[in-house]
Design a binder for this molecule. Structure first.
Ligand SMILES: Cc1cc2nc3c(=O)[nH]c(=O)nc-3n(C[C@H](O)[C@H](O)[C@H](O)COP(=O)(O)O)c2cc1C
Length: 585
């Protein structure tokens, strides 16, 4: 075995070991402190002290750029494409990572955001790499997004020509969006299992950003060919000198975002006649860009760390993506017509609530009423939204799946409780129908596997077992009633071991990203259907598998989710997201 094979095998072994070790069992939870060390609760807001903060305008919903109807964002050709300006970037961040409200109970106040997070701990930090763009009054450089201030902190500036060269293969006015995680924020509460939760949150943030881009008529794809060292270099997370005693950030991913059509005042150049775009960056240019002057030092988030969870560093190291993959994706042949006013009415209420309205109102339900049913039509519609149409080229897949440069590895094991016209029981949604026999073989051979009655054509939803699964769903979800009192809940079953063996340990986080992305779209779909969702990171791993007889690591449930009629917690007061910031847009 060559050295690199040996290290790959070792990484694989270590990441699988991490997964197995961080399972919750009926008689034993994954290791954590077991109590909350309130004195050292991490600050949810990273700031870089000693750098310039550029405030983004705080825009009210009726200010430009206006948000299109929520339904319209799934038909990108109908969305008015916005130029990249400080105002549109403000909307992008508002819908992706900004505060959406403050909650108040007695003396305590805490912020909620457009993106959800396990335990509301928000380990995910956002960045943008901006080139010189006409009409965008920001210098080329790397900026960190500060959600509490809704501003961009300049970390470094880039020479305009060099950053233009870095982005030369992308459509005009493209910029990069990056995500990092402060693992400590989740580990503080959840201990060893926290690496999983951080990656769920990355997936949610990818989804939130893709959807934010869609409201502006922008496209986005993960640049997953890039080696993680290059991501770290570009986002400055490898600069130990800027973190010192402060908690480090783990670089997760980069994405490229671009306006899909020519926009008034921002002429597209000849290079937009492209056929393909790469999913990697030139690491030599990144190295050169990272060699300039940097500004700011990361703030310390907790005074002390009672316990350091080494296993999280080990999992992060084992799943570090070492290689650059020179992947190219086909650019859609049919480019959309220039902005027109034909569909301006799509922003009106004729097409239902605006995307911004749905995004702002998204919340996790803390309890469900145990009564509300969904119609089969609504349920099937939600199932359709998570189908990635994997047979199509990436950029021709339905939003938000066009952000994801891979075939799906996740299928849903659904506990149907209250869907009118569907017999309560267990169902499977196969997100890639080519994998039916594989998944079937991992489960108990006595399961029915018949197409669900009245299921719309082309939706691979299979009925497995009839029965009342409310108690069971709650029991395996760490005894949380939210999994049984809803209309339906589900586990996200990943094709686990085979994917890791085929692609490498670096794929472990990506399965959680895929799960988070799927969760993000369903959070919004639930709001649009007048109900509410909640992500469930706490579940008993193997007891879930035993329900359908899964006995090996071939398939593993990575994330649970529940949707139904919410019960409001009336003791909580809701305050506006930016009441603490005084500024004129
Ligand atoms: C990955 C993930 C796991 C979660 N797990 C649970 C859970 O097990 N139980 C629960 O009640 N809420 C869970 N939540 C919901 C969070 O507590 C919620 O997102 C957070 O408090 C922020 O509130 P918001 O979603 O209303 O913005 C989870 C959310 C995420 C993103």
């Amino acid at each position: 075995m060559s050295y690199s094979h040996a290290t790959q095998a070792d990484s694989l072994h270590r990441i699988i070991d991490y997964h197995v070790r961080t399972k919750h069992h009926f008689n034993r939870y994954a290791r954590s402190l077991g109590y909350l060390d309130w004195a050292n609760q991490p600050d949810p807001f990273r700031r870089f002290e000693g750098t310039q903060l550029v405030s983004l305008p705080l825009l009210s919903p009726d200010e430009e750029p206006l948000s299109p109807a929520y339904q319209a964002i799934f038909e990108q050709e109908t969305v008015h494409c916005q130029p990249v300006t400080v105002r549109s970037l403000s909307r992008f961040f508002e819908f992706a990572l900004a505060l959406s409200a403050w909650k108040k109970a007695g003396e305590s106040e805490w912020a909620l955001r457009s993106n959800p997070s396990s335990g509301n701990l928000h380990p995910t930090e956002g960045y943008v790499v901006l080139p010189q763009i006409d009409g965008l009054e920001l210098d080329p450089g790397l900026y960190h997004y500060a959600p509490k201030e809704h501003g961009l902190e300049r970390r470094t500036e880039f020479p305009a020509e060099r950053v233009a060269q870095l982005l030369v293969a992308f459509p005009s006015h493209a910029f990069l969006f990056g995500l990092t995680s402060v693992h400590w924020r989740e580990a503080w509460k959840y201990g060893e299992r926290a690496f999983r939760y951080c990656n769920h949150d990355v997936g949610h943030a990818i989804g939130a950003a893709r959807i934010a881009a869609a409201t502006l008529g922008w496209n986005m794809t993960l640049l997953d060919g890039v080696a993680q060292n290059t991501v770290a270099m570009l986002l400055g997370t490898d600069r130990k000198q800027d973190f010192g005693e402060a908690e480090s950030e783990h670089s997760d991913c980069l994405a490229v975002v671009w306006p899909t059509k020519a926009v008034r005042g921002q002429r597209l150049g000849v290079k937009d006649d492209r056929k393909e775009i790469p999913l990697a960056l030139d690491s030599a240019i990144v190295k050169e860009l990272a060699g300039g002057a940097w500004y700011g030092k990361g703030n310390r988030l907790s005074d002390e760390h009672g316990v350091h969870w080494d296993i999280i560093d080990e999992a992060a190291e084992a799943s570090w993506k070492k290689q650059t993959d020179q992947l190219m994706i086909r650019f859609p042949r049919q480019s959309f017509p220039s902005p027109d006013t034909r569909h301006a009415s799509r922003t009106t209420s004729d097409f239902g609530p605006s995307a911004g309205h749905i995004i702002r109102q998204r919340r996790s339900a803390v309890a469900f009423d145990g009564k509300t049913s969904l119609s089969a039509t609504t349920f099937f519609h939600m199932m359709r939204r998570v189908m990635p149409s994997a047979e199509r080229p990436q950029l021709e897949r339905p939003m938000p799946w066009d952000v994801w440069p891979y075939d799906p590895t996740i299928h849903l094991l659904i506990f149907v409780h209250r869907v009118v016209g569907l017999t309560p029981g267990l169902y499977v949604l196969m997100r890639d129908r080519r994998r039916v026999s594989f998944i079937q073989q991992t489960m108990n051979p006595e399961l029915s596997w018949t197409i669900a009655p009245d299921c719309p054509d082309g939706l691979p939803l299979y009925w497995l077992l009839e029965g009342d699964a409310k108690k069971l769903a709650a029991q395996v979800s760490c005894h949380q009633d939210i999994a049984g009192d809803s209309a339906f809940s589900f586990g996200m079953l990943a094709e686990f071991e085979g994917t890791l063996r085929k692609r490498g340990a670096w794929w472990y986080p990506r399965m959680f990203w895929e799960a988070g992305l799927l969760g993000q779209i369903l959070y919004l779909e639930a709001e649009a259907a007048g109900v509410r969702a909640t992500g469930i990171g706490c579940f008993f791993d193997d007891p879930v598998h035993e329900i359908v007889g899964i006995q090996s690591l071939a398939v593993q449930s990575l994330y649970h989710f529940t949707i139904g009629g919410p019960v409001e917690d009336r003791r909580l007061q809701t305050l506006p997201p930016y009441g603490h910031v005084k500024r004129i847009s």
